[in-house]
Design a protein around this ligand. Sequence first.
Ligand code: PLP
Length: 454
Amino acid sequence: SDKPARNTTAWWREADRKHHLSPFTDYKQLKESEAGARIVTRAEGVWLTDSEGVRILDGMAGLWCVNVGYGRKELAEAAYKQMLELPYYNTFFKTATPPPVELAEKLAEITPAGLDMVFYGSSGSESNDTVARLARFYWKLKGKPEKAHFISRTYAYHGSTMAAASLGGMTPMQEGYGLPLPGFHHVDPPYWFDFGGELDREEFGRQAAKQVEDKILEIGPDKVAAFIGEPIQGAGGVIIPPDSYWPEIQRICRQYDVLLVADEVICGFGRTGYMFASEHFGIEPDMMTMAKGITSGYIPLSGVMVSGEIGRTLVEAGGEFFHGYTYSGHPTACAVALANIDIIEREELVRKVREETGPHLAKRLAELAEHPIVGEVRSLGLIGALEIVQKKRPRTRFPGNGKAGTICRDHCFAHNVVLRAVRDGMVMAPPLTISTEEIDELVSRLRTCLDLTA
Ligand code: PLP
């Protein structure tokens, strides 16, 4: 027959087309595309290898998650050891196992002051779903059950489950899916490049924060449970807010007794040159969600950290929190997380990102700002973006609503560097172990692809 031999590129592609429904994929387009999916088979450091033996520079750390880089034996060994000892046991019904407890203590130590208890899940989406229920449960315990509404932002990404996608601000994920659910409201993001107009950056930041206050007053402060935001909106385009933004958001949340939730799923575990970006922006969240970098993506794990006040209320008020996942506190995942945090600390990755590789990326990106189709570059630590424009003055985007970004991204893929396009922006988030030479290589390939896009 003309069926390809098993476990070859052609066979994997055919099986992928026939039997696999991948996330965020146009299945018709994939079916009709000649090449099909690129099959990645191995990786080491920041380099992926595909099934044809081609080496690809991973400028996205997978999906913003492989913080300690690929091929870390310590993580495989931690999983192996834990699987032999106790691969799984639940943490429901007054039982616990050692790894989630040890990790909880560690997380209380490394997260910003005030956060000291954790509720586990397996994905960022689950952690944000937990926030949606936990915030309502908390206010019920406080005798204010009507405080049940949530405010978040356009272009936010908080996950794909129904509540997380409602918190998110991606309209294609909502329209036609019955979302957002009732009680989920959105305001504009602090996205100066597209929405700032003639305003000074800091003034724009204050006005963006004011939208949250206006929304609280519109809904009624007695009805608002929480505001949630990523310190830097990642999947929405690496939107780094003006310095004026977060302190103002915090002041507003405190004034109206609205819980402040930081989604650190991307920003956490060193990405920005701080263990958590909340430290950089001066955010003291009441809850913080984390996933991805907690295990560097080696195994699924997520968590919601809660403040002492929320923790005390849960412990003292009594009443069961009817919520949880089979894999909450999965011992193998938690053992890998502990080994992962150990690597981050031992190799001083956070300091290196803040003092060495982050500034190096910023410097190399600043050179790209001179490119004729680059309208702005921005980065903090090892998360960065550049905006593609047709003309710098007056600033004009290419026609096609994101088409230029897609073209540039496809050039990057063909040049064996993985970057993502968000509308007409290119975003990057390489592993935190990337060397300065590898950053040079990434930026040089990106420059070539910008030339080809122009
Ligand atoms: N929150 C943020 C900020 C994210 O970037 C993501 C995923 O990209 C999520 C939540 C959802 O995480 P998961 O895909 O693990 O459900």
